[in-house]
Design a protein around this ligand. Structure first.
Ligand code: HEC
Length: 144
């Protein structure tokens, strides 16, 4: 099984971050890691409305690694949810889905009582990294 070593590696990573970091971590929190987007066309400061990297092989590759490290623990490996968080293969395809995707990845999600259920990634990921993850997630849609 792939899941066991993955969980062990994740636990080790959390320990490392927890002992290495002076920041106080909330329970279940994992510090998101910046994503290296070298090789992708830079997008500048203005937020795009549509994914400029749709079907871009390099973006999908970068996005896969970014997703696996930062999203899979809630949304599931290979974008197949285990029920902890919504299955992202059900998002809308194309520009319609892009907007909602960016809303969530930039701002995260909170319960009505203010508890964070998904962290915000704005300030951690570049716009390039976010669209690369979107390109990867969308590349998984057609496999169903
Ligand atoms: C700590 C767990 C957690 C992590 C990590 C996480 N999410 Fe989420 N995400 C959630 C939960 C829970 C929801 C449902 C929020 C709600 O019901 O309002 C959600 C919702 C979403 C949605 C909207 C889904 C829908 O069906 O409307 C998107 C898109 C999304 N997440 C993308 C991501 C991406 C991309 C990453 C990684 C960069 C990520 N999430 C990391 C927990 C997480």
């Amino acid at each position: 099984m792939f899941v066991r070593p993955f969980v062990a590696a994740l636990a080790a990573a959390i320990l490392l971050i927890a002992t290495d970091n002076t920041r106080v971590l909330a329970h279940g929190d994992v510090t998101p890691q910046p994503i290296d987007t070298a090789g992708l066309e830079p997008l500048g400061d203005e937020w795009r409305k549509e994914n400029p990297y749709r079907d871009n092989a390099k973006a999908i590759e970068i996005g896969e690694s970014g997703y696996t490290q930062n999203c899979a623990r809630c949304h599931g490996l290979e974008v197949i949810s285990g029920g902890l968080a919504p299955d992202l293969r059900h998002l809308d395809k194309g520009p319609v889905g892009d907007e909602w995707f960016m809303e969530r990845i930039r701002h995260g999600a909170k319960k009505t009582d203010g508890t964070t259920i998904m962290p915000a990634f704005e300030g951690t990921f570049s716009q390039e990294a976010m669209w690369a993850i979107r390109a990867y997630v969308e590349s998984k849609f057609s496999e169903q």
